[in-house]
Design a protein around this ligand. Structure first.
Ligand code: GRF
Length: 197
């Protein structure tokens, strides 16, 4: 008898290009057969997230949980945990999920909550990483996949990729170069996580 599949839940707020990279890797690398894992559900806090449409087209279970309909961050996170836990996830992936998480949420998924951040952490935590990297005169930029801990954009690093900063870069051109690297390292880090557990 084959081992039961391990569920991955992906949280998004926007374009979903990292989600797409993960979906592509899961399909091309046959994660179900080779790693006994699948993307079981995608949850978005925004109804207009293009990533939701991508997930729907791919036939994944999609859920919308609009944070504006909750009276507090705690109430939203509690509802989010209930939705996520319905899938009994082995991994919860933040893929452009633009919410600050409560300590309760982070604690609940400790050890199985992973994020991708568009900078070479520990440099440039928070927002506007590309503009700040350009303003600082950085010659390299990049992206980081890390385990999520209570402190924003901290936690043990699982994968990193560096890209060059070009003299004529704008935040947008740099973001595009970093994004391409994100699409390599996020699936790679998840694959390695699944292979070693
Ligand atoms: C990515 O740059 C990711 O690193 C950051 O948010 C962005 C999400 O992009 N956390 P997408 O929705 O995956 O295209």
């Amino acid at each position: 008898m084959s081992a039961p599949l391990r569920n991955i839940v992906v949280l998004i707020s926007g374009a979903g290009s990292n989600l797409q990279a993960l979906m592509r890797a899961a399909q091309q690398e046959q994660w179900e057969q080779r790693l006994q894992a699948r993307i079981a559900a995608v949850v978005s806090n925004r109804s207009d997230a293009p990533g939701l449409a991508l997930a729907r087209t791919a036939g994944l279970a999609c859920e919308l949980l609009d944070h504006t309909e909750y009276p507090s961050r705690h109430a939203f996170d509690a509802a989010l945990m209930t939705r996520i836990d319905a899938h009994q996830p082995t991994l919860v992936l933040l893929a452009g999920f633009m919410r600050i998480l409560t300590p309760e949420f982070v604690r609940h998924y400790e050890g199985r909550l992973i994020n991708i951040h568009p900078s070479l952490l520990p440099a440039f935590t928070g927002l506007h990483t590309h503009r700040r990297a350009l303003e600082a005169g950085c010659k390299v930029a990049g992206a980081t996949v890390h385990r999520v801990t209570a402190e924003l954009d901290h936690g043990p690093i699982l994968a990193q990729a560096a890209v060059p900063v070009m003299p004529d870069d704008s935040p947008e051109t740099l973001a595009a170069r970093v994004r391409a690297a994100e699409h390599q390292i996020y699936p790679q880090a998840v694959r390695e996580w699944l292979q070693t557990r």
